[in-house]
Design a protein around this ligand. Structure first.
Ligand code: ATP
Ligand code: MG
Length: 182
């Protein structure tokens, strides 16, 4: 079976006026369907760069990548739009893709109910806790039914205790939805 994600001998250098920075050097790995793989390393070691290449935002300098499915990319900041309600934030990806069908609207409402935001659908992001905001951002990412989730330290803005519980909750949600995650 073809892996969901794979990198083969990938190198990435950034070029700027001050010179060249090698962010990734001869990296190879793959992620199979349903796996939850974590990259661990110090700040600046190239984690976000790897995700950006997999998301197609920057091309590798050499080597090859393959992605076998639709990608949902969840960033460090939740990027909820403060002037839209939680429901309308969660629907944003669908709206941008022109897929705001009654079926998809019901799918989003169902996830909001299921993941503890049922009573907050018509509230604004500023009325939610950090952990609730992250759940709303995850539902927005899941709403477009990605096969693969790229999660770039989406909980790092939360305090330690909240981070533990939100990471746990989100891990459960991802397993329940049967997603492949990096
Ligand atoms: N747009 C850019 N232009 C130039 N250099 C960059 C750019 N983005 C990242 N870098 C450099 O590439 C290297 C890897 O950065 P990257 O953001 O991938 O690290 P990271 O592992 O995600 O770090 P952190 O844990 O702090 O988020 C760093 O040396 C960084 O300075
Ligand atoms: Mg990073």
């Amino acid at each position: 079976m073809r892996p969901m994600l794979s990198l083969l001998d990938v190198t990435l250098s950034y070029h700027s006026l001050s010179g060249e920075t090698k962010a990734v050097s001869h990296l190879s790995f793959s992620v199979e369907e349903g796996e939850f793989v974590t990259i661990v390393g110090p700040s600046g070691c190239g984690k976000s760069s790897i995700l950006s290449m997999l998301a197609g935002l920057i091309p590798p300098s050499s080597g090859s990548l393959s992605v076998n499915g639709n990608i949902g990319y969840m960033l460090q900041k939740d990027h909820l739009l403060e002037w839209r309600t939680i429901r309308r934030n969660a629907q944003l990806g669908l709206e941008l893709q022109g897929k705001l069908t009654p079926e998809n609207i019901a799918f989003v409402d169902h996830m909001l109910d299921q993941y503890g935001l049922g009573d907050f659908k018509d509230r604004f992001p500023s009325e939610l806790s950090g952990g609730m905001r992250q759940r709303a951002a995850l539902i927005r990412t899941l709403a477009v039914r990605p096969d693969i989730l790229l999660l770039d330290e989406p909980f790092s803005a939360l305090d330690y205790q909240t981070r533990l519980s939100v990471a746990d909750e989100i891990g459960t949600i991802i397993r329940k939805e049967g997603k492949t995650a990096l």
